[in-house]
Design a protein around this ligand. Sequence first.
Ligand code: HEM
Length: 406
Amino acid sequence: PPEPRRPPDPPEPRELPVRRTAPFDPPPELAALREESPLTRLRYPDGHLGWLVTGYATARAVLADPRFSARSEFKRVPVARPGTDPFYGAPALPGWLVDMDAPEHTRLRRRLAGAFTAHRMRSLEPRISAIVDRHLTAMARRGAPADLVADFALPVPSLVICELLGVPYEDRADFQRHSATLFSLDASADQAASAMRELDAYLTDLVLRGRRSAAAEGLLADLAGDADLTVGEIAGLGALLLSAGHETTAGSLSLGVFALLCHPAQLDRLTSGAVPPEAVVEELLRYLTIFQFGVPRTPSQDVTLAGRTLRAGESVTVCLPAANRDPGRFPDPDRLDVGRRATGHLAFGHGVHQCIGQNLARAEMRIAFPALFARFPGLRPAVPPAEVPLGGDMGFYGVHRLPVTW
Ligand code: HEM
């Protein structure tokens, strides 16, 4: 008798696709994976098997579910740097709440939440405008061409986070270098660990000085007055805010300008006032989703989701760029359409770890884009777009240099 037909083998688990074929689009294989299932097997760089979430609804469900742990002891990342990653497989560094679960996470997050209210961010807006204007004036005075990253997209958020935290901006060369090393996949694990140690030593010194001086101002000084926090925790919170606070926004600003320059019809809708800057910012956040490799989680018990059972301890990567291009949530998702309602995107994550700096990042983008294009209406790339070096080698996608003229 003929042999019964075997059901087809499930597709071989694949590594995370990372090769982009277009500057603003995530690797195209991600869409194929999502069509297969919102949750597929993923092979991690060390060969072990875990899961990849590419569907919007499943991504949101994982991020909202307290059964998925964010503790660094269990975290595994789908794109490895050379050597053993110093941040994973070990308990969270003091203050690094992004690597903690409740109740430790809740305790630290509450300490920060008061400083990051929408109201406080609004009260920062005049300072952001002044910083933006000062850099645009300097760019105009020096004349074309300029590097939009070095002259604008990096210094603006660096200055803003320095003012918010009370970190001296004169020290930027060191902390910018350490943050860049932390987030660069080309840096070895040893280099990343040493950048972390230096950043921590620098912030510890600032916190200790803040504890001694009643005149110190800013968020770090406020935290330094909180007797329930250790110096190590405040320094760690400071290191996390300082590094996450400038590198990410710099990436969003530079890539956002580049995307608008490459989509002149969308840029027109911003500069003509047809679409308000808030909506443009939201759509750029969705379209660009700079956390390009997603965020790691681990189920602390068996969980059934999208028809699959994830076992306790298995590695999960929530691919934010794929979720934000899910046609089930955002029609025609690969089109930059600044007029769409992009709210609900996952560029800032979701759930208890959702980005605490999101209102600050939004305010910076909302102020910076219109001001830049109003000052330089003829702004355009000074090199062919294909020659703009993009940050595929960074945890956060961005632009290394963006030569512009006007
Ligand atoms: C968390 C994205 C700007 C501070 C996150 C997460 C994402 C994200 C996706 C969630 C990580 C996870 O769930 O594991 C972004 C993007 C930014 C941005 C796209 C810019 C456009 C900022 C800024 C700050 C900041 C300006 C600080 C001022 C933080 C902190 C966390 C976080 C402290 C951890 C929160 C927690 O674990 O409770 N961010 N971020 N981010 N972000 Fe941002």
